[in-house]
Design a protein around this ligand. Sequence first.
Ligand code: VG1
Ligand code: CO
Length: 538
Amino acid sequence: MKSTPFEGQAPGTSGLRKKVRVFQQPGYTENFIQAVFDVVKPEAGATLVIGGDGRFHNRTVIQQAIRMAAANGYDRVLVGQGGILSTPAASHVIRKYEASGGLVLSASHNPGGPDEDFGIKYNITNGGPAPETVTGAIHERTKTIDRWLTVEADDIDLDAVGETVVVGMTVSVIDPVADYADLMETLFDFAAIRAMVKSGFTMRFDAMGAVTGPYAHEILERRLGLAAGTVVNGTPLEDFGGHHPDPNLIHAKELYDLMMGADAPDLGAASDGDGDRNLIIGRGRFITPSDSLAMLAANIEVAPAYRGRLAGIARSMPTSAAADRVAEALNVPIFETPTGWKFFGNLLDAGKVTICGEESAGTGSDHVREKDGVWAVLLWLNILAARGVGVDAIAREHWARFGRNYYARHDYEGIDTDRANALMEGLKARLGELPGRGFGPLTVAVADSFSYTDPVDGSISANQGLRILFDDGSRVVFRLSGTGTQGATLRVYLESYVPPSGDLDAETAAMLAHQINAAEEIAGIAEHTGRAAPDVIT
Ligand code: VG1
Ligand code: CO
């Protein structure tokens, strides 16, 4: 079919994300998928995995993609039943069946529905998000594309497991859960977790009307014996029940309230739209994602598949340095990457790291090449079973040994793009003047724009966030989101460190008050954004 380019088809932090209405424009989705195929050039015999988080428009795009894959020379497509594959499950399926790559259809934690968001991401043969060299080439291709290829064929039945042939290409509709659940059994001590459950351990898992429901029902309730009803909001819905499937204290407030109340189970957990994020709350104790990464890394060797093989830890730059202290104590390397899981792929492939994480509630390991919400929950369960203590005790012990990194992220959402850019550009231009200057009791030690050189392939990713490091070890980081679909979102990341001898049980907001004031003074957030306070604090 003849076509002309669309503006703005640049993959962001995690694929191309736009409003559904944008993807529904004739040729828009097709252009992007064709640009992917033009760049990756499937070889004869190539297999493509297609999976999605079940949101509105998922089934339509899957049918389009199947016909286009047939026209572009793929030999086989694997697609999850009902169009469902969580992002980590898609990563596993790509690896297990040695596919050449996959299309992951999701806008993750963004809301779904006709007026909400959709997204397409291409993952490469290692199962992970395409690196910037590939996403850059895809974007370039979208600027010159003048045709897309398809075949004449009926929609296939996505709801029945089985095989269909579409113009010479085999389409296999597969059980979306089985392969993934089997993989989890090879990683963790299911017998120990089952024994803990038998002795009275209880939990609630909130699937938020998103993709992890079927995975959690199968693994937590069927395979691990947790009571029916442990998993709530366990049916994937096209609009996630009208909520943001974002596992944080705002959007998973009901879970948080339960965990802080008198009837709290032992563990509360939640996952996001596409199943790659996790929220962990113990009875009376919220664990920040940055702390969770550090605590999981410190204890990972209790899980059978990780015994004696923690090679290194990676975290994204804005993630707190809690994991750094664990790496230091365990004498393994720590890597600091830009935001987005695509930067962990090379480190994992090279065997340099075993566990990685981000402050945005993503944790994962070398079992796949995506962050993995259910995996993180299972690792917590394995640790609780092996250690025989609760979440709060694990956290307190951890801080008593390593100290505590108080941490928060302030988001200013949907602000005017020009004003957001002006804030960032203005601050970037002034970075050189900041070292030595005092803001309240804090003095700036270093101020820079974060640039990353990949230690495996040497590629450089510049402009990955503005860092202000203070002389007491605390810091403020400024970044613009690369996943939003409306205006710009400014993220301000705040962190301060207290050693084991300090106050380990204080309120986060109080412990970050100086950094919050400094951030305002340094960047003029209120003036630039017109907002007196952040929209979301996580
Ligand atoms: C956000 C998070 C980032 C995460 C990305 C994708 O990106 O900050 O850590 O990797 O979302 O997660 P940004 O550019 O908006 O800050 V998901 O669960 O949307 O695939
Ligand atoms: Co996600």
